[in-house]
Design a binder for this molecule. Structure first.
Ligand SMILES: CC(C)(COP(=O)(O)OP(=O)(O)OC[C@H]1O[C@@H](n2cnc3c(N)ncnc32)[C@H](O)[C@@H]1OP(=O)(O)O)[C@@H](O)C(=O)NCCC(=O)NCCS
Length: 217
């Protein structure tokens, strides 16, 4: 039986966290299904958690190797401000220097996201009640070993100790195992909206979902 451990993120975990983040970004499978260049996604999506707020990220290790992570943020408004002031300017600089390669798949995806935004398909959350958020992913070979549950317990314990009032997360109806985990951890569905881009891709209805958990009464 492997030695399975949950521990706080350390700077040396950045590379495995990024690899797992990209390897699981397409509903648990590699992001290359819809984006040619994983670095653009990682710099846009995960660099905030590893570089700006690493103290709220947790990793799951099997025999010392990182095989899963939970990237947390205790104040989504701070995240959104840093996204605008730090992450997006850095991405723009990288883009102008030719660091990223965007092909047909990426352009279709960006078009789909823009369409979803205009059609108001993305879920809404009350950040006064649910200020914190999270992203969680476990490598495919290590799913079903309770690592997801243990990562959640570690982060929720940390949030409670900090006196955070609530936490939310965004997912979709396609992430069925993840939704079951969230419901088991006490999260309630706060908002759900049909997503036309993924529905067309998969040929059946897909919902964007927002789940929330109140931590203080
Ligand atoms: C979602 C995910 C993080 C769960 O982590 P995990 O380590 O596999 O889950 P655990 O072993 O801790 O299981 C916890 C609970 O999840 C649910 N679950 C786990 N595997 C399941 C499966 N194959 N089928 C149905 N439910 C499952 C169960 O409720 C389980 O609790 P139980 O066994 O007591 O019933 C992981 O499966 C994953 O990374 N999936 C792909 C990426 C993803 O969807 N991330 C979330 C994006 S929003």
């Amino acid at each position: 039986m492997p030695n399975l451990v949950i521990r706080p993120y350390q700077p040396a975990d950045r590379q495995p966290v990024f690899r797992i983040g990209a390897d699981t970004a397409f509903f648990g499978a590699p992001i290359e299904a819809y984006m040619e260049d994983r670095n653009a996604f990682l710099d846009a999506f995960y660099a905030y958690y590893t570089d700006q707020e690493p103290e709220h990220t947790w990793v799951a290790c099997a025999d010392g190797e990182v095989v899963g992570f939970l990237a947390g943020c205790v104040d989504t408004r701070v995240h959104n401000r840093k996204l605008l002031r730090v992450i997006i300017p850095r991405l723009t600089g990288n883009l102008l220097r030719g660091k990223y390669h965007f092909g047909k798949r990426s352009l279709q995806y960006f078009g789909g996201q823009l369409g979803g935004l205009l059609r108001r398909e993305f879920t809404h959350v009350d950040l006064d009640t649910f200020p914190a958020h999270l992203h969680i992913n476990v490598e495919s070979a290590w799913r079903g070993y309770k690592l997801g549950q243990r990562l959640m317990e570690a982060y929720l314990g940390q949030l409670r100790a900090l006196g955070i009032t609530g936490v939310y997360l965004d997912t979709t109806s396609l992430n069925e195992v993840a939704c079951r985990l969230y419901e088991k951890m006490g999260f309630r569905l706060l908002d759900a909206r049909p997503d036309r881009f993924w529905a067309k891709w998969f040929g059946h209805p897909v919902d964007n979902r927002c789940y929330g958990l109140k931590l203080l009464d």
